[in-house]
Design a protein around this ligand. Sequence first.
Ligand code: BJW
Ligand code: ZN
Length: 259
Amino acid sequence: MDAFTRARDLVAGASRIVVFTGAGVSAESGIPTFRDALTGLWERYDPHQLATEEGFAADPAPVWQWYASRRARVREAAPNPAHYAIARLANRCNRGVDVHLGVPVSVHVITQNVDGLHARAGASDVIELHGNIARAKCFDGCGWVGDADALEAADARLPPHCPACGAQARPDVVWFGEELPALAWARAEEACAKSDLCVVVGTSGLVYPAAGLPSIARQSGAHVIVVGPEEGPIDAFADVSLRGEAGALVPELLPAATN
Ligand code: BJW
Ligand code: ZN
């Protein structure tokens, strides 16, 4: 049996599916990944300067500007066929009306991406582990969170002020050394522990704790399918690895409802 047929069979036989995505699922929407050779963001930009609290505290202007330019790019981007196929599957199952033979009972979409493209493709209740680039929050931690573009700034190059307390605002994303949002993480862990299939799409599997989710699923007895052009650490324990691009492979793997 070829790898694709095996993967399709695993999807058809699964009842509690987790789809776990990374930057590669949005690559064909024109959003750069982080670690791809030549095109990855960390090839050109310094993560210590741009994606840590210390970098922001030392010099907030370039960090704010970098996120503003990435936000503009995300706004212009559109979901691709992989996002739509994932959304279709998630919505078909999460309504709870399809609880019969051959159709999953639950589908959880867990993403490391901050671009919101799963939701824009129509997926509801996406678990966002690393925040969302469209939002800002208070750098002082007063609790304010809101739309980044709606913030008024005296100088667009500088971070605007938190409307609640006047401190600086920062992007509502998870930087290195920061904890993941507790509720999102708890939901992701639980969904993986209860899953019988984990479909991993477009992640290098290098950034923890998110990268540990497929092994939580595996240890709970789930099958694991990996989709992406390059081999990575998750392939070591995957049942099937499908080498190629998400936009072509995912719609074939997660076909539209036939019922
Ligand atoms: C395609 C494709 C196509 C291409 N189709 N596929 C050891 C040393 C130092 C630190 C650590 C360590 N071990 C763990 C850590 C901590 C650190 C970490 O993991 N570092 C590693 C890099 C070593 N983790 C953290 O700091 C995390 N927090 C934490 O651990 O907190 C602990 C704590 C506890 C208690 C109190 C306080 C703290 C936080 C991690 C936050 C990550 N943030 C970022 C930036 C988000 C904001 C932003 O966008 O700017 O999240 S980094 C970046 O990496 C981003 C991503 O979500 C994340 C994962 O990347 P992803 O999605 O896998 O992308 P790539 O580029 O790596 O891979 C793309 C893949 O797609 C490749 O496989 C391609 O082949 C493939 N692809 N085209 C399908 N068309
Ligand atoms: Zn504040």
